[in-house]
Design a protein around this ligand. Structure first.
Ligand code: KG4
Ligand code: ZN
Length: 351
């Protein structure tokens, strides 16, 4: 079974081909990150226009490895995400499903992130994949720019959400804190780089305490970083955040980045460990853009009895391979096709 996947939910135009739900045959990603950097976050209109420009060349490059004849089905992200961005991918996939006469699978983006962990084989250069697929029951920590949740999977399509975010997602907190201290978007990688030069124990920052131990809240941590930065330069809470970067020293930025990163990651790791002890899953996987964090991988490996089989960093941030993989699994499980004449987007889709 060979599935072609399309992903356009945010600022990456991506397409990939996956065989039998575990082998990566091609993976092409064009990102509009550079165009958004000047604004400190994704500008939906710019993202949608950029998808329109990139989608045909990205698809052509990804399909070239096998050709249309060998492709059995098309999978596409239909939510969650930015409306204009999702529309480009969904309309393209609908058109291809009709003109190439292939079944169409509508894939949930967040669920797709988890599926990326099932890729174990590729001949493409530059990928490090786990040697075997995760076993069920499986605990998944999903950490991206839009989502933060712990999910217990009995099978890939029979799962229970243990807890979700109550306000900001963890990736969003990385992006906002980066902006406060003047580091470029996306915040995850730029905070990680600055944190390498800082002291992670320099500042004491809060971890939110919630009634449900598996729920997440990051808005308090983000505000605490803002207050800390204002305090460090001897100003009060009325000082405008956009003027902070010019007043903070490099050393202060590095220490704030390191302290924030340690506490934000510790927060999700604490909850993952608690869920692991309570639910005793056979495997643990991390998924979503923040799963690229070396600090997250380090802390989890240190605290879990056996370290998870982490997937390649390139498959943590948005990509078409995760969508194609989940499409393969949907086909295998006999889940219904989408109607190529009517499949609609769902920007606020949840798992
Ligand atoms: O999954 P993703 O590509 O898009 C969404 O579905 O949201 O995740 C993007 C998020 C951004 O917030 C970015 O700052 C974060 O992933 N990110 C990281 C790292 N690389 C990307 N966060 C922490 N450490 C990283 N190395
Ligand atoms: Zn994502």
């Amino acid at each position: 079974m060979i599935v072609f996947g399309i992903e356009t939910s945010c600022d990456e135009t991506a397409a990939a081909v996956v065989k039998d739900g575990h082998e990566l045959l091609s993976n092409v990603v064009a990102t509009s990150i550079d165009l958004h950097a000047a604004y400190g976050g994704v500008v939906p209109e710019i993202a949608a226009r950029s998808h329109i420009e990139s989608i045909i060349p990205v698809i052509e490059e990804a399909v070239a490895v096998v050709g249309w004849d060998k492709i059995d089905a098309i999978a596409v992200t239909y939510g969650a995400g930015l409306g204009g961005s999702l529309l480009v991918g969904v309309m393209t996939a609908r058109t291809l499903a009709i003109t190439k006469n292939k079944p169409l699978y509508a894939v949930n983006h967040v669920h797709g992130h988890v599926a990326a962990n099932f890729l174990t084989k590729t001949e493409l250069p530059g990928y490090t994949l786990p040697s075997q697929q995760p076993e069920f029951p499986m605990l998944s920590l999903i950490v991206s720019g839009g989502h933060t949740q712990l999910v217990y999977f009995r099978t890939m399509f029979d799962y229970e959400i243990l807890g979700k975010k109550r306000d900001d997602a963890i990736g969003e907190a990385f992006d906002k804190v980066a902006k406060i201290i003047g580091l470029p978007y996306p915040g995850g990688p730029s905070i990680a780089k600055a944190a390498d030069k800082g002291n992670p124990y320099k500042y004491k920052l809060p971890k939110a305490k919630l009634d449900n131990p598996y729920e997440f809240s990051f808005s308090g941590l983000k505000t605490a970083v803002l207050r800390l930065a204002q305090d460090e330069i001897g100003e009060n809470f009325t000082f405008p955040s956009f003027r902070l970067p010019e007043r903070l020293s490099e050393a202060q930025k590095h220490d704030i980045a390191a302290s924030f990163q340690r506490v934000a990651i510790e927060t999700v790791v604490d909850k993952t460990i608690q869920a692991f002890e309570t639910y005793q899953p056979k495997s643990v996987v991390i998924a979503g853009g923040v799963a690229a964090s070396q600090e997250l991988r380090r802390q989890l490996a240190e605290r879990l009895p056996a370290p998870p089989g982490y997937t390649d960093i390139k498959l943590c941030t948005d990509n078409g391979a995760m969508i194609a993989t989940l499409g393969c699994m949907m086909a295998d499980t006999g889940l219904p096709f989408a109607d190529p004449n009517s499949l609609d987007i769902n920007p606020s889709l949840s798992m």
